[in-house]
Design a protein around this ligand. Structure first.
Ligand SMILES: [Zn+2]
Length: 189
């Protein structure tokens, strides 16, 4: 099997990453899982463009996090301030931040006080995972932000029509607020 990661870099070196997997499963169009995350990542990167803040669209997540694992193996992880991964942003149902506790708290602090803020620190159900795990394993503070479980994922029902625009907007704005705050901590070098 062959796949690709798609990387966007601004500045000489990457000091932090935004991530999202762009693959889906054969039976699923993948609108929520994970076109919603990939689109959110791209829009946040566009609005919050900053030297050192890089983006990676991962391939081969669904078959076992292979894209993110390959990326981490091929690139230095020393001094990477954070990785924030977006996996399903389009239907809020128990929205959560999964992963590094300190980074989770920084994000929750950044979005505190936003109206109807749905995010909490959480854990994926057994056998579920996402690409932040590859970075955590390499010692990088990393989390996945997700709008939560969706009965349509990995089915033919994961379509554009099943995305809830208001939920996607809420999640995108929360992600943007979080990254705006975290990016301020990035020093250029
Ligand atoms: Zn996913």
């Amino acid at each position: 099997m062959t796949s690709q990661n798609v990387v966007g870099r601004r500045g000489a070196t990457c000091r932090a990453y935004l991530g999202a997997h762009y693959d889906s499963v054969p039976e699923g169009p993948g609108a929520n899982d994970n076109a919603s995350g990939t689109a959110s990542m791209l829009e946040i990167a566009r609005v919050r463009a900053r030297d050192g803040l890089c983006v990676v669209a991962f391939g081969s997540e669904e078959v076992g996090l292979y894209g993110s694992q390959a990326f981490v193996k091929a690139h230095p992880t020393d001094g990477i301030a954070f990785t924030v991964n977006f996996d399903m942003m389009g239907r809020i149902d128990d929205a959560m931040i999964v992963g590094d506790a300190k980074l989770t708290k920084s994000i929750l602090d950044a979005v505190q006080g936003r109206p109807n803020q749905p995010l909490r620190a959480g854990m994926f159900p057994p056998r579920a995972s996402s690409d932040h795990v590859s970075f955590t394993a390499a010692g990088v503070p990393a989390v996945t932000v997700t709008s939560g479980d969706d009965p349509n994922i990995h089915t033919a029902g994961d379509t554009f029509e099943a995305i809830r625009p208001a939920d996607l907007k809420t999640m995108l704005e929360l992600g943007d607020t979080a990254i705006a705050s975290l990016a301020r901590t990035l020093t250029t070098r």
